[in-house]
Structure formats: C-alpha cells, structure tokens
Design a protein around this ligand. Sequence first.
Ligand code: PMV
Length: 315
Amino acid sequence: MIAKARGYVNIAFIKYWGKANIEKNIPLTKSIGLTLDKFYTETKVTYDKNLKEDILYIDNVKATPNELKRVSNFMDFIRKEYNIPYYAKIDSFNYVPKKAGLSSSSSAFSALALAATKAYQLDLPQNELSRLARYGSGSAARSVIGGFSIWDNKDDLSSFAKSFYDLEDISLIITMISKSPKKVSSREAMLKLGEYPRLKTKWIKKTNRYLNQITKAFINKDYRKVGIISEKHALLMHKVINKTGINYLTKESYEIIKLTKSLRKKGFYVYLTIDAGPNIKIITNNETAKLVYPIYEKHVESIICKPGKGVMIID
Ligand code: PMV
C-alpha cells in the first residue's frame, strides 16, 4: 500500500482566479496552462492500518498544523470517494520553492492525488485524476496533464483539465525574484474577489474574451498573439488583485517587467506572465530563450523551462 509520484508545476497562460463553487473548487472561468519540465514535487503515500491520523512530512520536516489540515482534508475526500479505510504517512519533497508564486501547489497536489490513489491500487483515468487533483488545488488539475491543457469549469463531474495543444518551440524563463512564502495565499486572495461582485463580473467577461482570442491564436500558430494575450491577462489579473487590496509584485518584479518590454522593443519575442507572487515568467521560443537568458540572469537567478510531462509514478 505504497506509491510514489512526481508532479511538475503548471503555469497558466490564461489564469484561474476565483471560484464559482468554493467547497468543490470549481473555477469561475476556464484556464489554459503549460506543465513544465523543471520544478516538481515528489510524494510518497504509505497507507497504514495502525495509524489513527495522517502523518505529513514536507522536505523531511513535520508539517505545520495548517499544512496537515489542508492535506488531511484532501485525503479525507479521497478516502470517502474511493472507500479507503486507512490513514497514511505522506512524505513530500519539493524541488520548487513553496508558496512563492511558482505554482508549488500544482505540483504538490497532482503528485499527492496520483500517489494516494495508486497506493490503494486504483488506476484512475486521466480525466478522473485531474478532477480529483482539483479538490487539492485548482492548478493541480492542469499539472496532471503534460504540455498545454485547458481546465473546464462547467460542473463538478466535468471540471477537469484535458490536453489542449502541442508545441515544442516554447520556453519559459522563470526569474527567481523571491523564494520566500507569500504573505497571502492565492486561496485566501481569490476569495476576496467574491466581495467585489462588479469586478468579478468584469473579470469573468474579459477572461472569456481572452480565452477565445488565445484559442484562435494557437489554432493560427500565431505565437506572438499567444504571448500578447497571456501577458495582458496576467497583468489584468494583478490589476484585479490590487483592487481587492492585495499586491504580490515587488520593485524587482517591476524591473523585470520593464526589462521584458524593452527587450521586446528591440525585436525579441518575449512576453511575461505572473502568478500570485513576485516572480516573473518570460514566455519565449527556444532560440530566443538562449539569447535573452544571460540578460535576465544578470539581474536575477533565472531558469529556462520547456514543456514537461504530466504527473507520473516513480520508484
Ligand atoms: O490552484 P491554486 O490555488 O494554486 O491557484 C492558482 C492561481 C494562479 O497561479 C494565480 C493562476 C493559475 O491558473 O495557476
């Protein structure tokens, strides 16, 4: 009754921000994201009939009560859904800074969803695994899938991510402005949007419009447009977040934004996206990534990522 899984982080090109159903973690809108080939979490789940509660270690350290509560709630859901009668020892190792806007919850909960079901000899189809991971963390629904995926928001049973597009010639340069945990979690921050109904309606309308535009851009292989729309949508998300009284960006974030815009003026194919944290991700192609990487690295530690595989079982 043991299984170990690895999940890679997933970075959205059209962001998920806000929940239509908090309890079931159904998002307000669809989102599109790319699973990367670097930054991952490895999680081992061992069911043990002698345990009276779950035990969680993260990076060899006993989890805090809050961390344990979140993971145990998710495990309770899995136990109920699949009639699993045991508590588990869970060992999780992050090869990504936690809670720094680098999407560590996408890698963590996709790995946990797979390890927790596989340890009980369950072989879930991809759709079901993605739906399950959604209950742990929204973006984890997309991390189940390799490459680009789209995560639907219709209802509980159909709100999972599925493969969306194949693209080899794409790189994301992750600028590691801060590896520290953020003060307000994305979960907490997202709930704030519920307090601003008019802002929420506008956000949904604009997101749906960007989603249609980016879908067309992908179909037309217009990757410049893909970059433009991703950047616009990420900046819109941060404008919306600011209006709810939260700011994730720092002075260094603005410097990297400025640098990206100036490189673009010089003709480089570079666009940016930002999640709930100060770290800026540069969307580019493989050749440009090599050219501009040293420029970013001069400012801040940076890592080039490519499209990666969906969540997987490992030894
Ligand atoms: O799924 P969560 O709770 O980690 O929230 C993800 C939120 C964003 O990273 C800002 C956007 C996204 O779609 O990944």
